[in-house]
Design a protein around this ligand. Structure first.
Ligand code: F0G
Length: 422
């Protein structure tokens, strides 16, 4: 239904990618925000080169062909295939996919009714192939990197970007180089990137400093920077908004979303904006959730030493600052902070009352909804969607916090009965 209404209005001013109907013959005018070279994407002048990023010796000759020759036919269509007409891709852009997107929109069974919200939904992005929403953006960024002849995907990360980049690099025979803040990344995500075969550099700094460094490193031939400063990441991630509209049949009245570097709120706002301009209807109010100890957008200035249990959003100087503020202001929404205690309480409720396991950063969206409901700030009706950005299994430390692990008992019915009544 969403596809139909969009195609009815193809050519609208909101889209720079114009499909011809079959989705295979596209023209694309890069939006002004797309900075020149598709590989090294840097939006500030290069000051120094701190080190060279090593390259694989030989490019894998089959990797581009694999994604073009129909070998994906039996797979679930990924976001490039599904939304080609609305993405900056051409007929020759490889359809890179691990089956990302198509995540469930789960209607709340217990939290919503308990706070008087009848239509509460969770967009469960933890079910993406590498376990977070990053895969939507990474599919497009990787495809464009391949198209431009890159051999290395480079990123700084609080965890999920590194896992996602490593997965897509492995899939395409590319090298992944990820730079992570020491002690600032959940164990599960580090293990994930290692398992995918990434080269990991752990730097004695915050995420913000790591991002600054990789932006300087990215200006080398064959290297694609795949942080959300890469405009193709934002393009891919806007498909989350497209799916919500398809699943609900319309845009929600309000969207709650965690905010770290500001890329995802920017992407969702772009997605809803394109739908409204193309198919009509109204866009949701955007409510961004930051953690109290890492809330630069709430305070209006960078935070030098961000602190929060939600490691994924432990960011003090968001790269997409302007995009996040625009999403807030243009939608008539808010960006607010929630405490670690509120985040963990929401994490707990999602697991216990909804059967949804998320990582702490993802629970920030629900924590903000709970806070606003308690303060009677959720007055208008209509559907509310909370974006659950990453899977809970990625952060075993947060997951097991406060839980008592069972002690082994003898294999007898008596022992089991005793344990059940303990
Ligand atoms: N939720 C999760 C699970 C994340 O991993 C991130 C960002 C966010 C929310 C915030 O999204 O940065 O677009 O505002 N993680 C990045 C990373 C920074 O490196 O994985 P954002």
């Amino acid at each position: 239904m969403f596809d139909k209404s969009l195609s009815r209005n193809k050519g609208s001013r909101s889209f720079s990618a114009v499909g011809t109907g079959d989705g295979h013959d596209l023209q694309y005018d890069p939006p002004p925000a797309c900075i020149g070279n598709a590989i090294g994407i840097i939006d500030e002048p290069l000051r120094q080169r701190t080190a060279d990023v090593p390259q694989p010796k030989k490019a894998d000759a089959i990797r581009c062909a694999h994604f073009r020759n129909g070998s994906m036919a039996a797979m679930t269509a990924g976001i490039i295939e599904r939304y080609a007409a609305y993405l900056p891709v051409t007929a020759t852009t490889p359809r890179v996919t691990l089956g990302e997107g198509s995540t469930p929109l789960v209607r709340s069974s217990r939290i919503g009714p308990s706070i008087g919200i009848e239509q509460l939904y969770f967009k469960y992005e933890g079910l993406n192939p590498s376990g977070s929403f990053k895969d939507r953006g990474m599919a497009v960024a990787t495809a464009k990197a391949l198209e431009a002849g890159a051999q290395t995907l480079l990123c700084a990360s609080t965890g999920n970007t590194s896992a996602s980049a490593s997965a897509y690099a492995a899939r395409c025979g590319l090298r992944a180089v990820v730079v992570v803040p020491v002690g600032g990344i959940a164990a599960g995500k580090l293990a994930q990137a290692l398992a995918y075969g990434a080269t990991i550099v752990s730097v004695k700094s915050s995420f913000d400093a790591a991002l600054k460094l990789v932006r300087q490193l990215a200006d080398q031939p064959g290297v694609a920077l795949v942080n959300s400063v890469n405009p193709f990441r934002i393009e891919g991630q806007k498909t989350g908004a497209f799916e919500i509209v398809e699943q609900l049949g319309h845009a929600p009245a309000q969207l709650f979303i965690p905010v770290g570097n500001g890329g995802n709120i920017t992407a969702y706002w772009r997605g809803f904006g394109e739908i409204v301009m193309t198919a009509g209807g109204s866009a949701p109010r955007m409510h961004g959730a930051q953690a109290e100890g890492a809330a630069p957008l709430v305070r209006g200035r960078p935070v030098a030493r961000p602190r929060t249990v939600a490691s994924a959003i432990r960011i003090g100087n968001p790269a997409s600052w302007a995009g996040a503020i625009a999403a807030r202001d243009e939608s008539g929404g808010t960006i607010e902070s929630v405490s670690d205690a509120e985040i963990m309480a929401a994490h707990h409720r999602l697991a216990r009352e909804e059967g949804l396991l998320v990582e702490p950063a993802s629970a920030a969206s629900v924590a903000l909804l709970l806070r606003r409901t308690k303060a009677r700030q959720v007055t208008e009706g209509g559907a509310i969607v909370c974006v659950l950005t990453g899977h809970g299994l990625k952060d075993p430390q947060a997951l097991t916090r406060g839980l008592k692990m069972p002690r082994p008992v003898e294999p007898t019915l008596t022992a089991i009965r005793r344990a059940l009544h303990a």
